[in-house]
Design a protein around this ligand. Structure first.
Ligand code: BEZ
Ligand code: FE
Length: 273
């Protein structure tokens, strides 16, 4: 490497990772190096711009913690999280969507039909659905993990006025793959605006911080690919401008008026593993 030049640097840097023994890791790293080099050449990246980018990463690190990852937020607002979800979605199956920062493992198991309303204010609604395979056959062993925000727009982890595990549960579907959840209608809310991702990148672009109201779900069944997804409200004003690109047509449902109030009917289709 006595003579590192513009015309051999990419090859040298790429080759320096050939020793990675895990083939997939080697592919991920070497392709990343190639793409980064191509990007820098394409935009003729200057030293001042490179320093600015490093400083931005430092500001992101400074505000990140166990509970709050500015790096995930960056991935969300540039559409990388959604890209990974879409790449992982199978034809014929319900598409995946953003996991978001508010999932915690071990939500309480509730009987099906489940009731999450308790002391929550807001509009009481029902989700009524079924889980099936891409062939439409019900998956009676499926389980659901659901979480959502409260009427004030907040998830329980960031709102000391809510009890632990408010508005979240796990449940098992019935023999025909059916489930029902009585809950309150989620409301739109904003991605964090106190960090560099919003302040230096998203707001200057004239974008919105809002996410349309949604439920988060993880749907699992033996022998099938686990689905991490969201469910949106057709009447939401922010559907067209989700700050993190999570909306897919197949994930937009409408509340219909039933005898017990608004009901959204839905179906989740899981791909074989
Ligand atoms: C959420 O869905 O809760 C969320 C997703 C991305 C960024 C911030 C919040
Ligand atoms: Fe969310």
């Amino acid at each position: 490497m006595r003579d590192v030049r513009l015309d051999n640097l990419t090859e040298l840097a790429t080759a320096s990772f050939e020793g990675l023994t895990d083939a997939r890791r080697r592919e991920l790293v070497t392709r990343l190096v190639q793409v980064l080099h191509a990007y820098a050449k394409d935009v003729r990246l200057t030293h001042a711009e490179w320093r600015g980018a490093i400083a931005f990463l430092h500001r992101m690190a400074a505000i990140s913690s166990e509970e709050r990852s500015e790096f995930t937020l960056l991935s969300d607002v540039v559409g990388l999280s959604s890209l990974v979800d879409l790449l992982g979605s199978s034809p014929g199956a319900t598409p995946g969507s953003v996991l978001g920062p508010f999932h915690t493992v071990g939500s309480p198991w509730l009987p099906n039909p489940a009731d999450l309303v308790r002391d929550n204010g807001g509009e009481v609604v029902r989700l009524r659905g079924r889980v099936c395979g891409t062939d439409g056959a019900p998956l009676p062993e499926a389980t659901l993990d659901l979480w959502q925000n409260a009427a004030n727009g907040l998830y329980w982890q960031v709102d000391p006025t809510q009890p632990r595990d408010n508005l979240r549960c796990q449940l098992r579907v019935e023999a025909q793959g059916a489930f029902e959840i009585r809950t309150i209608r989620p409301v739109p809310y904003q991605i964090p605006t106190d960090g560099p991702v919003w302040q230096d990148l998203v707001e200057p672009a004239g974008r919105t911080a809002w996410r349309p109201a949604h439920y988060h779900l993880i749907v699992s069944a033996p022998g099938h690919r686990t689905l991490v997804t969201e469910l949106f409200d057709a009447d939401d004003p922010w559907l067209e401008r989700d700050a993190v690109f999570g909306v897919r047509e197949a994930l937009v449902g409408r509340y219909e008026n039933g005898p017990d109030g608004p009901v959204m009917q839905l179906e989740f289709r899981l791909a074989p593993a």
